[in-house]
Design a protein around this ligand. Structure first.
Ligand SMILES: [Zn+2]
Length: 475
């Protein structure tokens, strides 16, 4: 019965990279900008959602939530919808060719009028209740038939169409639970409105202030030896934010405060160093041909970054597959615990997972009881898988690109990357891979190592996003 099963490592090493378009690959539309890294910086306190892990990349596309092994970093890359950034036609590019330029040398220009406003961040979306501390008072908010019910202290609730909290120069605490209410702190104003029986809170905040609440979660609080990594992340996150102005109008704000966009939790985790990175790069963004770039990023590339082909999308000139290697040939991201990884799945487990995950990988074959072979038919130029073919007792199906990570989703965790080879050994399938995340754009663990080696943020960014220009918006 095991006839046909490949017991040797398939497709080892060099593959001829044949990239062709596939149909059925459905990726989340456009990826979202900056991704979230997912490696746990050892020296960094935990970013976003799961404490103690690695930076969460937001620019990642986001559709499918996923988490990596609990013990490790959170992952999650689902492509997110990308927005077009509009007519920045009046923004010219071609200024200072980036690379080895000081922030002060970057061409400055007046910020376009449509961007000269605060960003609106959806900090709580469709929740049942909210607790708020503002101006020495505490509030309990619920929703009922499209109205907001506001109880101040122990007084009887009043019903309003929306409630705005605004404290000049100070911050407001808002949360769904009492514990985090004790220490969180959102600058700017917060408007809570209701839809049916759920509440949404939108924080309207100056973009630079907003970034203070993003950087600690997106790359971790690094020490001063890696300061330029914080600056690079600040520029990527700022670019992401501006690119998304107006992109989620239907939801009533510009940007989500979680991994759908960039993780933002107010100023609680900002440090003197993360604040300094925002200040040093104030107004600086990445442009290509007069438009903001889609600054995707990920945790660990494993030595080679990837193109949008991994999502079945057309290439962009500044998102190329590039080696991420030190002069001695080792990957810049080799400090990552995901530099190399291995996973094993028994035959029985493999069948169960493939059936369970069939919908997510768009397979129509679900009634099989045996997986006879798993073959890598072709790879992308980086070496990541383009087409994985699975032969079962009920037929053959294929899974494309980054989606292969979802095929093996187990307990909510997808594979760290699609940069792997698979073989059969001792009653099960063995996967050996490199990297963590989709591999597109900036490699955050690489950024950290480059920063420690003395590279400035402009050098770092122009490596991962070739051909871009850095520009500085002034108000
Ligand atoms: Zn890398």
């Amino acid at each position: 019965m095991f006839f046909g099963r490949l017991k040797i490592w398939l497709c080892l090493l060099a593959f001829s990279a044949i990239a062709f378009a596939d149909d059925g690959f459905d990726l989340p539309e456009m990826p979202a900008p900056a991704p979230k890294p997912a490696e746990a910086p050892k020296d960094a306190p935990a970013p976003s959602q799961t404490p103690v892990q690695a930076p969460v990349t937001s620019a990642a596309p986001a559709t499918a939530p996923d988490t990596d092994d609990e013990a490790d970093a959170p992952l999650n890359f689902a492509p997110i919808e990308a927005t077009t950034v509009s007519e920045s036609g009046n923004v010219t590019s071609g200024n200072a060719p980036a690379g080895n330029i000081a922030a002060s040398a970057i061409h400055a220009k007046k910020i376009p009028a449509y961007l000269n406003r605060p960003v609106r961040v959806g900090i709580f979306v469709d929740v049942k209740e909210l607790l708020v501390k503002n101006g020495g008072s505490e509030y309990h908010l619920t929703a009922s038939s499209g109205k907001v019910k506001v109880a101040k202290g122990k007084s009887r609730p009043e019903t309003v169409s929306a409630k705005v909290f605004n404290q000049e120069g100070r911050c407001t605490s808002i949360s769904t639970d009492k514990k985090s209410l004790a220490y969180n702190c959102y600058p700017g104003s917060i408007k809570v409105s209701a839809k049916g029986n759920s509440l949404t809170a939108v924080n309207t905040v100056d973009v630079e202030q907003y970034l203070r609440g993003v950087i600690p979660y997106e790359i971790g609080k690094l020490d001063s030896s890696r300061f330029s990594a914080l600056e690079a992340q600040a520029v990527a996150a700022r670019t992401y934010a501006y690119k998304h102005f107006g992109s989620r109008e239907a939801a009533g704000f510009d940007i989500y405060a979680d991994t759908k966009d960039q993780v933002y939790k107010g100023l609680t985790s900002a440090t003197a160093l993360t604040d300094k990175a925002v200040r040093n790069t104030a107004g600086i963004v990445m442009m290509y041909n007069g438009e903001f770039i889609i600054a995707y990023y990920h945790s660990t590339c494993g030595g080679e970054t990837e193109t949008l082909a991994t999502w079945g999308r057309e290439d962009l000139p500044y998102l190329q597959s590039k080696p991420d290697l030190r002069p001695d040939g080792t990957p810049w991201c080799s400090e990552s615990s995901y530099s190399q990884w291995e996973r094993k799945f028994s035959e029985k487990e493999t069948v169960a997972l493939f059936k369970q995950n069939a919908k997510e990988v768009k397979s129509k074959i679900t009634n099989f009881s045996e997986v006879r072979s798993i073959s890598i038919l072709d790879t992308l130029p980086s070496g990541r898988i383009l087409t994985l073919e699975i032969d079962t007792d009920k037929g053959v199906f294929q899974v494309m690109g980054d989606k292969v990570r979802w095929l093996f989703k187990k307990n909510g965790s997808i594979l760290p990357s699609s940069f792997f080879r698979i073989g059969y050994d001792e009653g099960g399938w063995v996967i050996r891979g490199k990297g963590f995340g989709h591999g597109v754009g900036m490699c955050q663990m690489g950024v950290r190592a480059r920063a420690a080696a003395g590279q400035d943020f402009a050098t770092i960014l122009t490596h991962y996003y070739p051909g871009i220009t850095l520009e500085k918006f002034e108000r």
